[in-house]
Design a protein around this ligand. Structure first.
Ligand code: FMN
Length: 190
C-alpha cells in the first residue's frame, strides 16, 4: 500500500474485533508520530499506549462516539483494543496550544495504522478531566486527543457529497458512508 492508497482508503472505524494488537505495533505508531511536522520543531507531545482491559473499561464512559449515528458507538464486544493518548507537555510548551501539532501526529499515526491493517478512530469528544484522573496523568500533561485502535469489524467508505450534507450514515449493508466534498468544490480559483 502506498501513501496515496492509505490516504484514500483510510476511514474512521468505531467497531473493532476483540483481538489483541501487538504492543510493538502500537509503539510503532508512536514512532511514526514523533516524525510528524511540528510547529517550530518543538515536539511538545508525549504519547501513552493504553491496552490493559481494566483501564480501557474505565475510560469508555468518558468517550463520545459517532455523534451523527444512533447506533454508532462500539458495543461491549466491539470496543477498541487500545487507545493512544496524545498528551501536550506544558513544560515544553507552556502556552498549552497543542491541537495543531496533535493533529499532525494523529494523522501520521492513522496512516501508519492503515498500512498495517489496523483501524483507528480519532477521539476529541472526550471528558478530559475524568480521563486525566483515570490515567493518573502527571500535572505537566494536557490530554489533547485519544486515538482508538484495533482490527476493524466494520466497513466504511467515502462517498461524494452531493447535497452539502456532512452527516455520515449507515447504508442497508451496514457499511458506513462518509460524504466528502468533491474536488471541484474544495479546489477554488482565485
Ligand atoms: C478533531 C477530531 C475529533 C474527532 N472526535 C471524534 C469523536 O470524539 N468521536 C468519534 O466518534 N469520532 C471523532 N472524530 C472522527 C470524525 O467523525 C471523522 O474523522 C469524520 O466523520 C470523517 O470520517 P473519516 O475519518 O472516515 O474520513 C474526530 C475527528 C477529528 C478530526
Amino acid at each position: 500500500m502506498n501513501v496515496y492508497e492509505a490516504i484514500m482508503k483510510r476511514r474512521t472505524i468505531r467497531k473493532f474485533k476483540q483481538e489483541k494488537v501487538e504492543k510493538e505495533m502500537l509503539v510503532g505508531l508512536v514512532d511514526c508520530a514523533r516524525m510528524a511536522a511540528f510547529g517550530a520543531n518543538m515536539q511538545p507531545l508525549k504519547f501513552a499506549v493504553i491496552d490493559d482491559k481494566n483501564t480501557l473499561d474505565l475510560m469508555f464512559p468518558s468517550i463520545k462516539w459517532a455523534g451523527y449515528l444512533a447506533d454508532g458507538a462500539p458495543k461491549e464486544n466491539e470496543r477498541p483494543a487500545a487507545y493512544i493518548a496524545v498528551l501536550g507537555d506544558r513544560e515544553i510548551k507552556p502556552n498549552g496550544m497543542f491541537e495543531t501539532d496533535a493533529g499532525a501526529a494523529v494523522t501520521t499515526m492513522m496512516l501508519a495504522a492503515e498500512e498495517k491493517g489496523l483501524a483507528t478512530c480519532w477521539l476529541g469528544a472526550i471528558d478530559r478531566s475524568a480521563l486525566t484522573d483515570i490515567l493518573n496523568l502527571p500535572e505537566k500533561y494536557s490530554l489533547v486527543y485519544l486515538l482508538a485502535a484495533g482490527y476493524p469489524a466494520q466497513e466504511s467508505k467515502a462517498v461524494e457529497m452531493t447535497d452539502g450534507n456532512v452527516k455520515y450514515f449507515m447504508d442497508e449493508d451496514k457499511v458506513l458512508n462518509v460524504p466528502k466534498r468533491p474536488l471541484d468544490e474544495v479546489l477554488i480559483k482565485l
